[in-house]
Write a protein that binds this ligand. Structure first.
Ligand SMILES: C[S@@+](CC[C@H](N)C(=O)[O-])C[C@H]1O[C@@H](n2cnc3c(N)ncnc32)[C@H](O)[C@@H]1O
Length: 237
């Protein structure tokens, strides 16, 4: 027993995420599975769930369809569905281990009838995987890889055992945002919301992309440290 405790303590000291040891992570008001290779959801992402919930409630879109791009562990999708009993969510994620992990969490939580995870590449045509949702989505939410080349080594050093593919957003950090913003208008219903977690320093580029693709009311808001962390815009009504 002592040997096991010492081994676990050593793993933690070496930077092995506690969530990988327990196989679980707490996020918003849920506990979900996280396996090695799946990004552990971060506290700052919880605010995105609140923003999406506020929009759905204030707009009276109780049966909303939500698209969670780069869904990873399924944290955003599952937290939102657990709060809003009539909402349905589709998560799209490239990594097959993350897809399996999120599906198991959905089953654990009794949400698999309303939350579906599909394996798909957000950087290619979304119609390959989620064609039926074109023009039918109330909220697109995404926390995609957004760390730029210059910041990647530092970001990865903070948690070296987590997948680098979950962090790297291309040289400027904008690769995923450009693709998502370019396609969002075709997938949102009129008045629907695009909600992104972003890195500080990208906010002006993202507002520029919103304008370029005709999305309205683009704005960013800060996280608890005061850094630009969230960006939102809407499809015209
Ligand atoms: C920053 S993590 C966010 C995960 C989860 N949404 C969260 O908030 O914890 C980004 C996710 O994007 C996934 N990803 C990377 N490239 C992708 C692609 N081309 N298409 C879809 N998902 C991708 C990664 O595997 C990772 O799970």
């Amino acid at each position: 027993m002592q040997a096991l405790a010492d081994h676990l303590a050593q793993q933690l000291a070496d930077g092995y995420p506690a969530e990988y040891l327990t196989g679980q992570a707490a996020f918003c008001d849920i506990v979900l599975r996280v396996w090695e290779g799946v990004l552990v959801p971060r506290p700052e992402t919880e605010h995105i769930v609140q923003m999406a919930e506020d929009f759905i409630v204030e707009e009276g879109r109780s049966g909303a369809v939500v698209l969670d791009l780069c869904s990873g562990s399924g944290a955003i999708a599952l937290a939102l569905a657990s709060r809003l009993p009539q909402v349905s969510v589709v998560g799209m994620e490239l990594d097959p281990v993350s897809v399996s992990c999120s599906r198991e969490s959905a089953l654990d939580m009794g949400l698999s009838n309303r939350v579906r995870f599909v394996q798909g590449n957000v950087l290619t045509a979304w119609a390959l995987t989620i064609a039926e949702f074109r023009s039918h989505v109330d909220v697109i939410v995404s926390n995609p890889p957004y760390v730029c080349g210059q910041r990647l080594a530092g970001a990865h050093a903070c948690s070296p055992l987590e997948p680098v593919g979950a962090l790297y957003g291309g040289t400027s950090g904008m690769t995923f945002f450009k693709r998502i913003v370019a396609q969002a208008g075709d997938w949102l219903r009129p008045g629907g919301m695009l909600l992104l977690e972003i890195d500080d320093g990208l906010e002006q580029s993202i507002l520029g992309q919103f304008k370029r693709y005709g999305l309205q009311g683009g704005r960013w808001s800060p996280d608890l440290r005061g850094l630009p962390r969230y960006a939102e815009a809407h499809r015209a009504t």
